[in-house]
Design a protein around this ligand. Structure first.
Ligand code: C2E
Ligand code: CA
Ligand code: CA
Length: 524
């Protein structure tokens, strides 16, 4: 019993461990997934911010571009002639502060001041020489000191004539680059190494910042980039992890519970038993039955052994009661019968040799045992005498009388196992009319040590003799016990004193040895 508790406890511990590991994995997985998702979302937010800002800037620059190209025809005409059409166009483009016309490398006309004369390439080498189309600069005219963007539209490839628009970039930046906290803290508009940041009306050298992560995207149409700074997405995402904990815990506990329930079957011993039957993890052992008078081997009792590769050897006292409860005992018995049949050719082929199998009372229901014997045992045309040992542990067996008579009719002998213990009672003797009584090993062990049990043994012996029922004593471990039982007329002895249960395949050799041993003079 201790053993069975241990084995069952092992199964439960294993099940619990698996459920706990699954729960922990689900917890880790859920949190990491949520973290990755959040990180991805934050990164996406920053990229979308930059993308949208670029789109909007592009959309603001595009009409300026068109307007400048449409006006290129005016370049070269005298300032008086072109100034008013210029101002008119300008009025429509609210983002442009002023327009300057350049011809022959001189700025000669300003929409604000009219005729001027400023050397172009000397003043704006970036545009005239470096071929840049944009330049961040400080307004010298209208709003002195405020940042502007110079948008240069050359008429000729040599950059000596064209139109320069002075764009109110500060207004645009304030309007288009407002940061969205928490993922975008700073947004910067950059042109050719100069930068203009939202909320700071100063044009500065663009220097990379170290501690904050930046997203940088360039416009495909104009030579500017948008750079964003903000806390690293990983850090931001990490902050959100604790808020995910309750849900993740709930999920992991739920999964753990589901696994606990789901493994109830798979991990249970009964599942392992049915798996073990198909995986051929069971083996049939046999223990010799010794004729008390002659010392010859009169037969064998077949006993199941289970080597479970995951748990090792599991004793029958653990798995048999469980198999009985889970309705798995019949397949196990069929396996034993099958093995007996398989080994028949190597076993003595005479009726005086007995093969005893253990059959649970439940297997008697609906004649199931008869059907199994008809389909498995009799077709093999066996010579040995079959004995069915009836064992019942949990309750009084309600054995169908007709099944018992039927067994007798087909030539099977019935033994009552463990007689004198548990629920086996005297009333069996009447209802089952057994051929054999097996005295349980506790009574054999009592011989010479326990007066009360020894008295029961004596009573059982005389009862059986009066009813003309054969007697088998189990658990014979000493010569003294064997002598005692033989003196009182017990017919058959079984126990470690003669032989321990051994693989059924070893029996033929054992029989040869035993007979040789019997014939030695010492035994006569
Ligand atoms: P059981 O039918 O009373 O079988 C006798 C048990 O006593 C066997 O234990 C055997 O190994 C053990 N035994 C034999 N000689 C000695 C001895 O000298 N000293 C001691 N201490 N023990 C001895 P085992 O094989 O562990 O089987 C335990 C029980 O499991 C069996 O008791 C039987 O009730 C059940 N069992 C085994 N195989 C089957 C089977 O195929 N079908 C069914 N229904 N039950 C089985
Ligand atoms: Ca038995
Ligand atoms: Ca027994």
């Amino acid at each position: 019993m201790q053993m069975s508790q241990e084995v069952l406890g092992q199964f439960r511990r294993k099940r619990f461990l698996i459920a706990a590991v699954v729960a922990a994995l689900v917890l880790i997985l859920t949190l990491s997934l949520r973290y990755m998702e959040e990180k991805g979302r934050i990164e996406q937010q920053s990229r979308t911010f930059a993308y949208n800002a670029i789109q909007r800037f592009d959309r603001m620059f595009s009409p300026l571009d068109v307007a400048a190209n449409n006006t290129l025809g005016l370049v070269g005409l005298s300032c008086e002639q072109v100034r008013f059409p210029l101002v008119e166009k300008l009025a429509m483009l609210q983002t442009v502060r002023s327009v300057l016309l350049v011809d022959d490398d001189r700025i000669y006309c300003s929409s604000i001041y009219g005729s001027v004369s400023i050397p172009f390439s000397d003043t704006y080498p970036e545009l005239a020489v470096n071929n840049q189309r944009m330049k961040l600069a400080v307004d010298q005219d209208l709003l002195k000191g405020s940042p502007v963007l110079l948008l240069w539209t050359p008429r000729s490839l040599d950059n000596r004539s064209g139109i320069m628009q002075v764009v109110n970039i500060e207004l645009m930046t304030n309007y288009l680059l407002e940061p969205t906290l928490p993922w975008v803290e700073r947004a910067i508009f950059k042109v050719a190494g100069k930068s203009l940041e939202y909320g700071n009306p100063m044009i500065e050298e663009a220097v990379p910042s170290e501690d904050e992560v930046s997203v940088e995207q360039a416009s495909l149409r104009y030579p500017f980039t948008i750079t964003l700074f903000g806390p690293s997405p990983a850090r931001l995402a990490l902050v959100t992890v604790p808020s995910q904990l309750p849900l993740a815990l709930l999920l992991s506990m739920l999964m753990g519970y589901i696994v606990w329930l789901a493994t109830a079957n798979r991990m249970s011993l009964s599942w392992q038993i049915s798996y073990g039957i198909t995986a051929r993890e069971f083996m049939v052992y046999a223990q010799p039955l010794i004729n008390a008078r002659t010392g010859a081997c009169d037969g064998i009792e077949l006993l199941l052994r289970w080597h479970n590769p995951r748990q090792g050897w599991i004793p029958p006292d653990v798995f048999i009661p469980l198999a009985e409860r889970q309705n798995l005992i019949a397949p196990l018995t069929r396996f034993v019968i099958g093995e007996a049949v398989r080994h028949l050719p190597s076993l003595p082929a005479r009726n005086s040799f007995h093969i005893a199998i253990n059959v649970a009372a439940s297997h008697f229901h609906d004649k199931a045992i008869i059907d199994d014997l008809q389909s498995l045992w009799w077709p093999a045309n066996p010579k040995p005498q079959l004995i069915v040992e009836l064992t019942e542990r949990d309750s009084l067996p309600v054995v169908d009388q007709r099944v018992v008579s039927h067994l007798h009719e087909i030539g099977v002998q019935l033994a009552i196992d463990d007689f004198g213990t548990g629920h086996s009672s005297l009333s069996y003797l009447k209802t089952l009319s057994p051929d054999i009584l097996k005295i349980d090993k506790v009574f054999t062990a009592a011989i010479g040590t326990d007066a009360i049990n020894a008295t029961v043994t004596d009573m059982v012996i005389s009862l059986a003799q009066r009813l003309n029922i054969s007697l088998v004593a189990e658990g014979v471990e000493t010569a003294e016990q064997a002598e005692y039982l033989r003196e009182r007329g017990v017919d058959v002895l079984q126990g470690y004193f003669y032989a321990r249960p051994m693989p059924l395949a070893d029996i033929p050799d054992w029989l040869v040895d035993h007979e040789a041993h019997l014939r030695t003079p010492a035994h006569v």
